[in-house]
Design a protein around this ligand. Structure first.
Ligand code: ADP
Ligand code: SF4
Length: 699
């Protein structure tokens, strides 16, 4: 199909200093959990974006020196020539598809702990980032940088920029964002210096200016020099010379960078979950930049709608449409717009599982795109899949996320697929969850798969079909995938931190009861040891419906795991707005006669709490009775011609949406595949070519 002329603007080339991007689609730097020890995975992951039409594809954060060591968080390095070879794999791969390659050179300053390099971190004034997230905590405080340290930093940046050029990068970054070293110089809370680098905005911006200058000089006009900067805090500060200190900084640097890459300051605001922020939410902070520079500006905002993208450019907010998450969820987003296939875009749902992967220090995972991170390791591709390995037909039972993804991917392979769903509506858990406060965007998981399935004549969807084992044995199919989901249990939480005995009785509810339409009246106690979104979302739902809600958890925070997905700070704020009472480190011991007995997790102190209902959001268990019945009768399976019977998704092992979709996809990829193709490839650093020169800072 032809491209809609309305979107032609998105395909105009953009000059960035000495290089030219072929279009306005810019895959910005983002952590993907792939360090230099995974060079092939990293190269293929980014190559897929270039193949999918992004004009620029960037790395994640790349340390310029061992004084910037974020381990165990997965960061890349460009410390020596060996690292050059490692990154060259990526630039070659990206260039093969006509895209530019950008590298985000990075020094973490006082926000890193240097756990591996064991050298004191550097900081403008010895200020440490006292994060409450355990992954970012440590006890090594930074030392104050003196004039020699500043000179050395500039040398490291210049050396790294030269290496970046040798590695084949087209755009080289100075990174002054997100609490890292140059940002620390910009903010008066970090910077108490009384020398030429502290005090006035002009002084505080000096380090960024010098970093830009040495980078320009190092790349000698062969590469563009980009400045990535966080403007949220600065924008909130008054200035005597400009509309805000952010305006002042941009005015002072105006045309010095070849590209402005503008963002917010903390991961929870910059990469806000869709539950709390809409597409394009950065604009009120960064919208002013373009007016103050002649250089192109790129920014992000979970852009998936081409109309919104065009709007950003026409209204003079951005020149290039930046994307991290939308480029993970759909590496082929630009190609789809170019080919007039907007309806095929697999839109990011803003769940931030991708970000949790970085917090977990593992390669990126994506709810919408199960192939993300698996391009090299498993040979999966977001748009291509191997043809069917046999003529066998497949029955998928259950049209939740796992069943939908499984049926779709099998259908794309060319199998004859029957997808049977007990309910009149497909979607499984999404039918309920996407109606909960803030979770509408998660409906894209269902809607995208629904749209794709409708175009596959070889996949037949049977709604309102609750299948029994006997039904399945009569269908004459070759393979059966059971995707019947999981159920929430009424189990409590024991002192051993495992789900303990079931609590029965009136007023004891689970999320499944709420999904089935039971809505408590009066005060409700939400007891959450699932620690992800469900407990807090249901607390919000009930509070909005007028219930007095007390949220109790044995963990130290509400939705303790949701720190990983950037949701937690927003959840705490939402609880305060809705007057939801929060009790941490607390277990529910019992509930009877409208009174819950609460117990402190550590001290054992108890408290009686009167409430009309106790909603337990704790353990889920597989709903796999159908699978067990079928498996229990091998002769019947054989007589029925069923060659394989497999549990997938929550029916196999309850998890988040990302796990269910991955499981469904994996079954489809691996059906009838030969054993060799199923081998789990392990990436490894490139072999060293020469002895490692001693890094200056460690000498
Ligand atoms: P997952 O997250 O693993 O995809 P869900 O719980 O979201 O699991 O979806 C499971 C789906 O399976 C639900 O829509 C449910 O109605 C359906 N289902 C469960 N048992 C049967 C059955 N015997 N026949 C057909 N569909 C079933
Ligand atoms: Fe978007 Fe979620 Fe995928 Fe991240 S994991 S790219 S937020 S859909």
């Amino acid at each position: 199909m032809a491209r809609n002329p309305r979107y032609d603007l998105l395909f105009e080339p953009v000059k960035i200093g000495p290089v030219t991007a072929r279009n306005r689609f810019y895959a910005v730097p983002h952590a993907a959990g792939m360090t230099n020890s995974m060079p092939h995975m990293r190269a293929r992951f980014r190559e897929t974006k270039a193949e999918g039409g992004w004009g620029v594809v960037c790395t994640g954060y790349v340390s310029i020196d061992p004084t910037s060591d974020d381990a165990p968080l997965p960061f890349a390095t460009l410390w020596d020539e060996e690292d050059v070879h490692s990154h060259a794999l990526m630039t070659e791969a990206v260039h093969r598809h006509g895209a530019l390659a950008g590298i985000e050179l990075w020094h973490g300053g006082g926000s890193v702990m240097n756990r591996t390099s064991r050298v004191p971190p550097l900081s403008p004034s010895g200020t440490a980032w006292m994060a409450t997230h355990v992954n970012f905590m440590g006890h090594q405080r930074p030392r104050v940088m003196d004039a020699d340290d500043i000179r050395q930093l500039l040398t490291w940046q210049a050396d790294a920029a030269r290496r970046a050029r040798r590695a084949g990068f087209d755009i080289v970054y100075v990174y002054a964002g997100m609490g890292y070293l140059p940002y620390e110089f910009l903010l008066p809370e970090w910077n108490f210096r009384t020398d030429a680098y502290g005090g006035s905005v002009a002084n505080r911006v000096r380090l960024v200016r010098e970093l830009l200058e040495v980078t320009h000089e190092a790349v000698g006009g062969a590469c563009a020099v980009a400045l990535r900067i966080s403007l949220e805090e600065l924008r909130a500060r008054p200035s005597e010379r400009a509309a805000s200190q952010a305006h002042e900084v941009v005015e002072l640097l105006a045309d010095l960078p070849d590209l402005w890459d503008v963002k917010l300051d903390s991961s929870p605001t910059d990469c806000a979950p869709s539950r709390f922020a809409a597409e394009g939410s950065h604009e009120p902070v960064i919208g002013f930049v373009k007016a103050l520079t002649r250089r192109p500006v790129v920014g992000v905002g979970r852009f998936t709608s081409p109309d919104t993208m065009v709007g950003q450019i026409r209204r003079g907010v951005l020149d290039l449409i930046g994307a991290a998450r939308p480029s993970i969820a759909d590496p082929f987003l630009p190609r789809k717009i170019d080919e007039g296939r907007e309806q095929d875009i697999r839109e990011c749902i803003g769940c931030n599982i991708c970000i949790s992967s970085w917090h977990d220090s593992v390669p990126v995972r994506c709810t919408q795109n199960p192939t993300a991170g698996e391009e090299w390791r498993r040979g999966w591709h977001p748009e291509r899949i191997a043809p069917a390995g046999s003529e066998a037909s497949v029955l998928v039972v259950g049209a939740g996320p796992a069943g939908l993804e499984c049926a779709l991917s099998l259908g794309r392979r060319g199998y004859e697929v029957m997808l049977a769903e007990a309910s009149e509506e497909i979607g499984g858990r999404l039918r309920f969850e996407t109606r909960l406060p803030g979770l509408a965007a998660w409906g894209r998981v269902l809607e995208w798969r629904r749209g794709q399935l409708e175009r596959l004549p070889n996949v037949n969807v049977y709604r309102g079909n609750h299948l029994s084992a006997a039904d399945i044995l009569e269908l004459g199919v070759g393979h059966v995938a059971i995707a019947t989901g999981a159920r929430w249990s009424r189990r409590l939480y024991s002192a051993l931190e495992i789900p303990a005995a079931e609590l029965e009785g009136p007023g004891v509810l689970t999320p499944d009861d709420i999904a089935a339409g039971t809505l408590p009246r009066g005060p409700v106690l939400v007891y959450d040891f699932d620690n992800y979104y469900m407990g807090s979302v249901l607390a919000e739902l009930l509070a909005r419906q007028g219930c007095a809600v007390r949220y109790v958890t044995p963990a130290g925070h509400a939705a303790a795991w949701a720190i990983m997905s950037n949701e937690q700070p927003h959840i705490h704020r939402r609880f305060a707005e809705l007057a939801i009472t929060l009790s941490t480190l607390t277990r529910v011991r019992d509930y009877a006669g409208g009174v819950a007995t609460l117990e402190n997790q550590f001290s054992g102190a108890t408290e009686a709490h009167a409430c009309a209902a106790l909603l337990i959001v704790g353990a889920r268990f597989a709903h796999d009775e159908l699978f067990q019945q079928l498996r229990g009768d091998p002769p019947a399976l054989e007589r029925a011609g069923i060659r394989s019977l497999t549990r997938i998704g929550d029916a196999c092992a309850p998890g988040a949406l990302v796990h269910a979709i991955y499981s469904g996809h994996r079954f489809a990829e691996e059906l009838d595949a030969d054993r060799e193709a199923l081998r789990y490839r392990r990436d490894a650093p490139l072999p060293r070519r020469e002895a490692l020169p001693r890094a200056a800072s460690l000498a």
